[in-house]
Design a protein around this ligand. Structure first.
Ligand SMILES: *Cc1c(COP(=O)(O)O)cnc(C)c1O
Length: 376
C-alpha cells in the first residue's frame, strides 16, 4: 500500500506535471512575474467557472477577507457576526480592522453557522455577517441573505474551503459557493481544493463599484499610477502561482468528484456504527466538496482513536480543537459558555481523516478498518 498522506500534493502533481511545468515555463520565458498575462487569464477563467462578474486575485485567503471588509467601509466598533467553529483567519481580520467580532454557534449537522444564532446576535451595531462554508459545504445562504436584507447587513462569504461547491435555492436555481453574498474570499493555499504551490487568494463580487474599490485596495489604493485615493495594501497573486492555477482549474470538478467519491466510500464503510456520525450532506440545498472529511466520535474515546490511527501510520487531525470564543486573543466578557453548546461539543468529538484527490480503495479500506478495529 502507498503511504497514506493527509493531503497528497506529490501524487497529484505527478499526474499533471507536464501541464504545470509548461505553464510555469511560460512565465519564466516571458519574465512577467507580477501581474503577467497568466494572472489575467486565471482571473477570467475563474470568473467564468464561478459565474462571478468579478474576480480580484490577491496574495492569500486572509488578505482576501481583510480587503473585502476594507472595501465595505466597515468602521471601528461595527459588529461583524461569524462562526465560533472555524479557522482563526476569519475572526483575526475582523479584530485587526478594529471591528468587533461577534462569534456565534454552529449547526450540529453541517458544522456551519447557525441562522438562529445569527438572529439572536444581531444588534443595531451589526454591519456584516461572515458565513464560512466549512469543510466544503456552503452555509444556509438563502436564509442568511434573507436575514441580511431584513437588517441591511453585508454578507461576506469565506469560501476558502468550498470552491466549486453548488448551492441550490428553494426555487431550484443553482449557484456556486462564493457568488451568493455581496462579496466572497477564497484561498489557494496548497492543501485547499484548488491550491497553488505557495500562497494565493482571491475576492469575488458581482457588484461593479465594489469590484473597482477592491482592485484599488489590493494595489496600494491606486487607480491611476502614483495617485493613492484610498488606503490600500500590497496583495498580489504572482504570475507563477497563477500559472499553476491555470493548469489546475480545468481539473477542479474532477478533483472535487474524486473527493466526493472517497467521502462516499468512507461513509459507506462507517455507516450505522453507534459511535460514529458520518458527515451530513444537506443534499436538498448543497453539494459538498469535502475539503475535509470530518467524523463525530460520540460516547467514545476520540483522542484514543486518533492515537491509534497515528500509530498505524494514518495521518488525521482535529479541525478545530478549541472554539474561537475560548482562544486567548478573542476572549470577550460578553460571551457565555451556554451560548456555544454545539461548538463546545464538536471540539471534543470531531476528527478529520485523510482527504485528497489521490486516495485509493486499499488506503480507504485500511483507514476504515483501523477505525472500526478501535471502536469495535
Ligand atoms: C485557509 C483558510 C483561510 C485563510 O487562507 P490563507 O490563504 O491561508 O490566508 C481563511 N478561512 C478559512 C476558513 C480557511 O480555511
Amino acid at each position: 500500500m502507498k503511504k497514506i498522506q493527509m493531503v497528497d500534493l506529490k501524487g497529484q502533481y505527478e499526474n499533471i506535471k507536464e501541464a504545470v511545468n509548461n505553464s510555469i515555463q511560460e512565465v519564466l520565458d516571458t519574465n512577467t512575474y507580477i501581474n503577467g498575462p497568466e494572472v489575467h487569464k486565471f482571473q477570467k477563467s475563474l470568473e467564468e467557472y464561478l459565474g462571478a462578474k468579478h474576480v480580484i486575485p490577491c496574495a492569500n485567503g486572509t488578505d482576501a477577507l481583510q480587503i473585502a471588509m476594507m472595501a465595505l467601509d466597515l468602521k471601528p466598533g461595527d459588529e461583524v457576526i461569524t462562526a465560533d467553529f472555524t479557522f482563526a483567519a476569519t475572526v483575526e481580520v475582523i479584530a485587526l480592522l478594529q471591528l468587533t467580532p461577534v462569534l456565534v454557534d454552529v449547526e450540529m449537522d453541517t458544522f456551519n453557522i447557525s441562522v438562529e444564532a445569527i438572529k439572536k446576535a444581531i444588534t443595531p451595531k451589526t454591519k456584516a455577517i461572515v458565513p464560512v462554508h466549512l469543510f466544503g459545504q456552503a452555509a444556509n445562504m438563502e436564509a442568511i441573505m434573507q436575514l441580511a436584507t431584513e437588517h441591511n447587513l453585508y454578507v461576506i462569504e469565506d469560501n476558502a474551503q468550498a470552491i466549486g461547491a453548488d448551492y441550490k435555492y428553494f426555487d431550484g436555481k443553482k449557484k456556486k459557493a462564493g457568488v451568493m453574498g455581496h462579496v466572497a474570499s477564497t484561498s489557494f493555499f496548497p492543501s485547499k481544493n484548488l491550491g497553488c504551490y505557495g500562497d494565493g487568494g482571491a475576492i469575488f463580487t458581482n457588484d461593479d463599484d465594489l469590484a473597482h474599490k477592491l482592485r484599488g485596495i489590493v494595489n496600494h489604493g491606486m487607480y491611476v499610477r502614483y495617485h493613492h485615493d484610498v488606503v490600500g495594501v500590497n496583495s498580489r497573486l504572482d504570475s507563477i502561482q497563477a500559472a499553476v492555477l491555470n493548469a489546475k482549474l480545468p481539473k477542479l470538478d474532477e478533483y472535487n468528484a474524486a473527493r466526493q467519491l472517497a467521502a462516499q466510500k468512507y461513509s459507506q464503510a462507517l455507516a450505522n456504527h453507534k459511535n460514529i456520525v458520518t458527515p451530513y450532506i444537506a443534499g436538498e440545498r448543497d453539494s459538498h466538496v469535502f475539503h475535509q472529511y470530518t467524523l463525530r466520535i460520540v460516547d467514545a474515546d476520540r483522542d484514543g482513536l486518533m492515537q491509534h490511527l497515528l500509530d498505524k501510520g494514518i495521518p488525521c487531525a482535529i479541525y478545530y480543537p478549541i472554539p474561537l470564543h475560548s482562544q486567548k486573543a478573542y476572549l470577550d466578557s460578553r460571551y457565555k459558555e451556554e451560548d456555544f453548546p454545539v461548538t463546545n461539543q464538536l471540539v471534543k468529538e470531531v476528527i478529520s481523516l485523510p482527504m485528497h484527490t489521490e486516495l485509493d480503495d486499499e488506503q480507504i479500506q485500511f483507514i476504515t478498518d483501523s477505525i472500526l478495529e478501535f471502536l469495535k
